[in-house]
Design a protein around this ligand. Structure first.
Ligand SMILES: [Zn+2]
Length: 350
């Protein structure tokens, strides 16, 4: 038995076929068989649990389809392990390192994953219903098609996570903050994995819907802005002409999500028009001939932009100058409308 055990340990992380002749599965770590053909499963799980809690390391272990419900595996090391379709329902993995691991289709319903490092792990189609993920690290992980129903994501790090067709119904404590990356306490970026532009667009839409349902309109606004940004990138990539109005709306109003942008771009438009009037010497005093300073042109630009039109200063009698002033009034009216729209969209319940 002793001999067999040393031999078994040498299998750790190896890719060896199950001893059962008809079986094509890979043998799991600590066994010469796959999980299905491993004899005396309770003894096997007991040995595995002891090994993980004593020596601590299960780095690169192959534990495909292993069933270990309600197991206590606190602070274990399962870095880069293969846990495909394993069943750990209601297990406790608090503060464990499961980073870079393969958890495709893994059954983690009701698990305690507090403080767990799951960075870059693959949780595609995993079941994380009711799992507790407080302070867990899911940065760069893949939770595509995973079921997160009623999972608690309090302070869970999800920067650059791949979210695609993920079930988010009833998820708790999910905010924009989850997707942020902080350097020295400052948020440097807030985003999910955006490599696939179309799937990122869809994922942001899912997030927007989630935030709207939970009444978090500011966060929904962020997700909506991101969704539109992805759409714009996609249009640019495909050289679609719809890119131009899309990019313009993005710059002018953040796709109707950022009223500040409307104010800044209005200021910029007024300033640019002032410069043009100034350089063309396009404006005259309505009553007397007068030399204007640059600030007089800024004043004229504001009066035109807001369609106020006092009439103390007028464009010189030239069709070009009149059209120029008219175009500013047109843009101004549009921008004021855009501002009201953006403001109401941002601060009301849509
Ligand atoms: Zn087998």
């Amino acid at each position: 038995m002793d001999n067999a055990q040393t031999k078994d340990i040498s299998l750790v992380g190896g890719e060896i076929q199950c001893k059962d002749k008809a079986c094509k599965d890979t043998a799991i770590s600590f066994s010469e068989f796959c999980w299905k053909h491993t004899p005396d499963k309770p003894q096997y799980t007991e040995r595995l649990k002891n090994h993980l809690s004593e020596s601590g390391s299960g780095k690169g272990f192959i534990l495909r389809k292993v069933v270990m419900r309600y197991a206590d595996m606190i602070k274990v090391n399962l870095k880069n392990a293969d846990l495909t379709q394993a069943d750990f329902k209601d297990a406790n993995f608090s503060y464990s390192d499961i980073s870079g691991a393969n958890l495709i289709g893994c059954y983690l319903e009701g698990c305690d994953l507090t403080g767990v490092n799951l960075e870059s792990s693959d949780l595609t189609r995993a079941n994380l219903r009711r799992a507790r993920l407080w302070h867990a690290d899911l940065s760069k992980a893949n939770i595509g098609e995973a079921d997160m129903t009623e999972a608690d994501l309090w302070k869970c790090q999800m920067h650059l996570i791949r979210l695609w067709h993920t079930e988010l119904a009833g998820v708790k404590s999910l905010t924009k903050q989850n997707f942020s990356k902080k350097i020295y306490g400052f948020i440097t970026s807030e985003k999910i994995d955006e490599k696939g532009v179309l799937s990122a667009e869809e994922s942001y839409r899912t997030l927007k819907q989630y935030f709207m349902q939970s009444g978090r309109y500011r966060e929904a606004s962020w997700a909506s802005f991101k969704e539109k940004t992805m759409e714009k990138l996609w249009l640019r990539k495909n050289m679609n002409l719809a890119y131009i109005p899309m990019a313009l709306m993005g710059t002018l109003s953040g796709y109707g999500e950022k009223p500040n942008r409307v104010i800044f771009s209005s200021g910029a438009i007024i300033f640019i028009y002032s410069l043009i009037y100034y350089n063309l010497n396009a404006i005259a005093d309505a009553r007397a001939s007068k030399v204007f300073s640059f600030w007089d042109y800024v004043y004229y630009s504001i009066v035109t932009f807001t369609t106020l039109g006092y009439g103390d200063m007028v464009p010189k009698a030239n069709t070009g100058y009149r059209l120029l002033a008219g175009s500013e009034a047109f843009i101004g009216a549009f921008m004021i409308g855009l501002f009201v729209f953006t403001l109401s969209r941002k601060y009301s319940a849509r």
